[in-house]
Ligand binder design. Structure first.
Ligand code: NDP
Length: 256
């Protein structure tokens, strides 16, 4: 087991990429605290996690990662439940589609930056003392391939994910000597609610799936589990000399 004895805190852990990662981390021996605002989704996620083992090794924390006090409470509750913190997966995110700069409201811009970027600052600030106290640890941030290249109609989202990539590098340099590694993943399209909502808006869901898949050289979108396996790699000793990296997990989309 790659994460035996470890404790992980996962934002956006009540569905999608975060939940798939929580399941994989748990299967690899970790205890996991998952964070989200939707308590019903949190309860459903927790039920899935708790079904997989007999021990109580999963916790749902209802919190809004755009709020400093919620982020501090999420870390405090994790510590209270599990006694330590070794891995922080900053994964919560939102997107407003079909928004160039002129079509983006100030509220949408602020919500995007607060959820996708400020949350990483707030969560990392709250978690770092505990990672340090554990002798080191791993922070993994969810960026996007849209953090590496531009994309039409996603002005705020692309700006936020570009910021995630460079915040990752800054954090990595600041904490390298404390054995705290900080990396980010840059997924292509992943089959979660985030993409399903876009497919529903497209109208013909089957056709939308084909169109979205065709944007990737591998001619398909990813499953959340394919993303989770890369997060596991970055959280585990298998990546012990990797820090400050932005890893594309995009079926080749940024290779061209
Ligand atoms: P989902 O929409 O399925 O999940 C988003 C998660 O973020 C939910 O758990 C949601 O929980 C949580 N979240 C959003 N806002 C907040 C908030 N203010 N406080 C706490 N939690 C919040 O999408 P994915 O699983 O696909 O997305 C995960 C990450 O992956 C995001 O950062 C996204 O940008 C990124 N990504 C996704 C891609 C895709 O194609 N799906 C591609 C590239 C990157 P709740 O609503 O309960 O708060």
């Amino acid at each position: 087991m790659k994460l035996e004895g470890h404790v992980a805190l996962i934002t956006g852990g009540n569905r999608g990429i975060g939940l798939a990662t929580a399941q994989l981390f748990q299967a690899e021996g970790a205890r996991v605290a998952i964070v989200g605002r939707d308590a019903e989704a949190g309860r459903a996620a927790l039920a899935q996690l708790e079904c997989e083992t007999t021990a109580r090794n999963a916790l749902f924390i209802r919190a809004d990662v755009t709020r400093a006090e919620d982020c501090q409470r999420a870390v405090d509750e994790t510590l209270r439940a599990f006694g330590q913190l070794n891995i922080l997966f900053n994964n919560a995110g939102i997107i407003f589609r079909q928004r160039n700069v002129e079509a983006t409201t100030e509220a949408e811009w602020d919500a995007t930056m607060d959820t996708n970027v400020k949350s990483i600052f707030l969560m990392s600030r709250a978690a770092l003392p505990h990672l340090r106290a554990a002798g080191g640890g791993a922070i993994i941030n969810t960026a996007s391939y849209v953090g590496l290249v531009g994309f039409p109609g996603l002005a705020a989202y692309a700006a936020s994910k570009g910021a995630v990539v460079n915040l990752t590098r800054a954090l990595a340099l600041d904490h390298a000597q404390e054995n705290i590694r900080v990396n980010c993943i840059c997924p292509g399209s992943v089959e979660t609610e985030m993409i399903h909502s876009a497919w529903r808006a497209y109208g013909d869901v089957g056709e939308a799936a084909r169109v979205w898949g065709a944007k990737h050289p591998m001619n398909r979108v990813a499953s959340p589990q394919e993303i989770a396996r890369v997060v596991l790699f970055l959280a585990s000793d298998a990546s012990s000399f990797i820090t400050g990296a932005a890893i594309p997990v995009d079926g080749g989309i940024t290779a061209g």
